[in-house]
Design a protein around this ligand. Structure first.
Ligand code: MN
Length: 250
């Protein structure tokens, strides 16, 4: 099996090295990742300038750095390295739960794989300014998760999050949508001008069965995702509306 690995924290992140080390047990591994941090870059593709790559020495790993986004890395990696079976993205330094999925560059790497008809798995672990994920502690759990997901080929896109401490178990979850954890914080620069930080604020209490809930309970969260964003319920309702029928859109 050939496994392409990317992330949004950049090629030198300890998270991508940890993921690649575990993934090497399952197949041939190649890292193709952004040369600088691209967190919250979402699913951008660089279209206004050319993209290049350079080989990057990482101990024991076949790695390349790209002057582009996670999406670019998967596009380029799958073009230059053929017959890829699986794309892994992470391990992100910071959780990707609930609405964060919309902004996440880590998720974008996995989504880009799914768009290309490949399997994509995103992996993330919570972090604060003071505390980074303990990747050594997480490695056996990463192996367990990969083993389980490799046995479920019917899931093309999965978002995996690890808890802050040693996991109690694993849970299949849905995406928490009730809360939005983004916030704009104003500040002053040394010249007295107002500027703004777009930041993440902690969200308390969340619905049972969601990704955020699983992490709060100390479990590994695994959420199957899909690319089709159609609101089936809304679609069914609007199709029934008389007012729309009159407009002769059909
Ligand atoms: Mn990141």
């Amino acid at each position: 099996m050939r496994i392409l690995i990317t992330n949004d924290d950049g090629v030198y992140s300890p998270g991508i090295a940890a993921l690649a080390q575990v993934a090497s047990r399952f197949g041939e591994v190649r890292i193709v990742a952004p040369d600088v941090e691209m967190s919250s870059a979402s699913h951008a593709i660089t279209a206004s300038r050319p993209v290049t790559y350079k080989r990057t020495p990482l101990p024991g790993l076949d790695a390349y750095r790209v002057n582009g986004t996670p999406g670019d890395c998967v596009m380029l990696g799958t073009t230059l390295w053929e017959k890829i079976d699986l794309v892994l993205s992470g391990i992100n330094i910071g959780a990707n739960l609930g609405n964060a999925i919309w902004h996440s560059g880590t998720l974008a790497g996995a989504k880009q794989a799914a768009l290309l008809g490949l399997r994509g798995i995103a992996l993330s672990a919570p972090a604060t300014d003071r505390e980074q994920p303990d990747f050594e502690l997480l490695k056996p759990w990463v192996a367990t998760v990969l083993e389980a997901l490799l046995e479920a080929p019917e899931l093309p896109l999965v978002n995996v999050n690890f808890p802050a401490r040693a996991p109690r178990g694993t849970r299949w979850t849905c995406q928490s949508m009730r809360h939005y954890d983004g916030k704009v914080v104003p500040g002053k620069d040394p010249m007295g001008r107002t500027h703004y930080w777009f930041t993440v604020v902690p969200v308390e209490s969340t619905e049972e069965g969601t990704d955020r809930w699983a992490i709060e309970q100390g479990h590994v969260s695994m959420t199957p995702l899909r690319l089709d964003l159609t609101d089936e319920e809304a679609l069914e309702q609007v199709r029934k509306l008389e007012s729309w029928k009159k407009l002769k859109f059909a």
